[in-house]
Design a protein around this ligand. Structure first.
Ligand SMILES: Nc1ncnc2c1ncn2[C@@H]1O[C@H](COP(=O)(O)OP(=O)(O)OP(=O)(O)O)[C@@H](O)[C@H]1O
Length: 579
């Protein structure tokens, strides 16, 4: 979609606001062109001494009233147009947010957060300006231009008007050349601002790491380079925009010289009155605004076009995970991974190389294996964050891609390796997926996740603010809050992706015991590096380089004397040394 189509559709939907603004503009333009005419007549009246003092005062009062009316109408149309333009900004931001919220990890894999933020703020502002200020100046400028030209040609002298307009085609050519430069400079400036935004966002997110490594100095040098680039690009854009002004100035000077030459000649030969020449000169002055408006509109539109060219692909990009499933029932029952193969985008080695596994309802499947073996990736196939390149995941005999995404995801409680705490109270963070949960429910799951006592020790207990604006919790506390959050859902499948890595072995055992006791038919997939967490699993699969290399129950795997057995012995030894 082009910017003009977007604006056209928007104006059609909000036609009332635009028509009202256009009517007010028309009234203003009429009054504006009427004033020079009245002034010219007044001057001629004064020169001929045909005006009485009373009449003169009335005429002057009339001019003041016209000025005031123009003032109020200008306020009115601005309010109409800007309100409409802000609405476009809101619509685009909501649309962008919904799109970003629906996109999967494969999309974020290729996007920079700071760039996305810049598009959601700076670029949308530029489109909003095209729908507001550019429309306003465009309407107003063209209306004034038409009426002023009509008054010049029909109301005063067409020969004078024809001569005055001679330099205008040159101005149009100059504007056309400048607008192309403004487009290029705007694109450049928006991109550099994105790069700067991205750096600031990354720096703030990783500020602790940077400080710990003593990299603030180096990082601020990079920042100053990016800030300078962004400033230079913005200055370049301003420079091209400023070039519109001298073009207008030169055109007007040329037009005035031509007007005065021919006008003087006509007055000399009594074909034009002094009052008429004065009116004409005032009209010429009134052309300044339409000319500036044209330059301004062109640069706003070019900036809007450059911004839209960055926003449109984002808004029209297909979802990386399409929700084309139709099955509305909540999945439950037997879960089957059948010959799953998957390679991440832009990677040359398979993360999953033909994995087949199954999990009966109510049972626990454990995935273990060295780092990078593909354990989390297998869960991502089930969560439908990525599509397997071949093979299928079936739940209750139905391909998970055939379930409605919402239905599928609500059947799983997922605790990722790194969970996110929002800037809210601890209670609100736990009740994230069930905001109407009672305090008793919240405390019950916090006890199951063995975090209740830790929470009570915090200054405001469950009301303690956490996340970016609150107290910092330890890694282990965060993990347990995330587990409590997951337990609040009644989902039939619980996925723990290394979700206990930061808690000590004793607490881990305590949580797993709680989970086992309150399982109530819930299935579970546990990914863990610590084998003590999986000894009770109904089935354990050892993954290596995307393949299942060993599988069975704990005792069977110990007897097999492979990777699992040696890892088990090592971890047992380590645990006994720690005691
Ligand atoms: N987003 C990604 N983009 C590209 N490659 C990835 C991505 N995530 C994982 N990989 C690669 O896929 C392979 C499997 O990774 P995965 O995270 O599934 O392993 P894992 O067994 O869960 O490891 P860990 O125990 O360290 O969490 C690894 O080679 C990893 O480098």
């Amino acid at each position: 979609m082009t910017l003009f189509k977007l604006l056209g559709d928007f104006v059609r939907r909000h036609w009332r606001a635009y028509i009202l603004a256009a009517l007010m503009l028309f009234a203003v333009a009429l009054l504006t062109v009427w004033i020079p005419r009245r002034v010219g007549q007044l001057i001629d009246g004064l020169v001929n001494k045909s005006l009485s003092t009373d009449l003169l005062l009335w005429q002057l009062a009339g001019l003041v009233a016209m000025g005031l009316t123009i003032y109020f109408l200008r306020v009115g149309w601005r309010l109409q147009l800007f309100t409409a333009a802000y609405r476009l900004g809101i619509e685009l931001r909501v649309q962008l947010y919904q799109k970003l919220a629906a996109q999967g990890p494969a999309f974020y894999h290729l996007q920079r957060t700071g760039d996305l933020m810049a598009r959601g703020t700076n670029d949308i502002d530029a489109v909003e300006m095209a729908a507001g200020e550019a429309m306003l100046a465009g309407f107003d400028g063209s209306m004034t231009l038409i009426l002023v030209l009509a008054m010049m040609t029909l109301g005063i002298d067409w020969r004078l008007a024809a001569v005055a307009l001679l330099p205008f085609p040159l101005m149009a050519f100059g504007f056309w050349r400048l607008s192309r430069q403004v487009h290029q400079a705007s694109t450049d400036s928006l991109e550099r601002f994105s790069a700067l935004n991205d750096h600031v966002q990354e720096t703030l997110a990783g500020v602790r790491t940077l400080r710990a490594l003593g990299l603030e100095g180096r990082n601020s040098k990079v920042l100053s380079g990016l800030a300078e680039n962004a400033a230079k690009a913005s200055l370049n854009e301003q420079r091209w925009e400023a070039a519109f002004e001298p073009v207008v100035g030169m055109t007007l000077t040329a037009a005035s010289i031509l007007t005065l030459s021919l006008g003087g000649y006509l007055v000399w030969h009594n074909q034009l009155s002094i009052g008429e020449l004065t009116s004409f000169s005032m009209y010429l002055g009134q052309l300044i605004w339409p000319m500036f408006a044209a330059g301004w509109v062109l640069s706003l539109l070019e900036r809007g076009k450059a911004a839209w060219a960055r926003l449109d692909p984002l808004l029209s990009q297909p979802l990386t995970v399409d929700d084309y499933g139709v099955v509305e029932s909540t999945p439950n029952g037997l879960l089957n991974f059948d010959a799953i193969e998957f390679t991440y985008p832009e990677q040359n080695h398979a993360a999953l190389a033909g994995i087949s596994l199954s999990l009966a309802a109510g049972q626990t499947l454990a995935l273990v294996g060295p780092t990078g073996a593909g354990k989390s990736t297998l869960l991502r196939m089930l969560l439908r964050q990525y599509h397997p390149q071949s093979g299928t995941v079936r739940w209750n005999g139905i391909n998970v891609e055939d379930y409605k995404l919402q239905q599928l995801r609500s059947a799983m409680s997922w605790v990722p390796q790194e969970s996110f705490l929002f800037s809210a109270s601890l209670a609100e963070n736990i009740a994230l997926i069930k905001p109407d949960a009672t305090q008793t429910e919240i405390e019950r799951v916090a006890k199951l996740a063995a975090v209740h006592d830790d929470i009570l020790r915090l200054p405001q207990g469950y009301a303690t603010p956490v996340g970016e604006k609150g107290v910092s919790l330890s890694g282990g506390q965060r993990q347990r809050v995330a587990i409590a959050r997951a337990l609040l859902s009644d989902a039939p499948l619980l996925l723990l992706d290394d979700a206990l890595s930061a808690v000590d072995t004793q607490t881990e055992t305590q949580i797993l015991d709680h989970l086992r006791d309150t399982k109530q038919g819930r299935s579970m997939i546990i990914v863990s590096h610590r084998l003590s967490a999986v000894v009770d699993a109904n089935h354990i699969a050892v993954l290596k380089n995307g393949k299942v290399v060993e599988s069975g129950k704990h005792q069977e795997l110990v007897e097999l004397d492979g990777w699992y057995a040696s890892q088990w012995r090592y971890q047992q030894l380590e645990a006994s040394l720690e005691e």
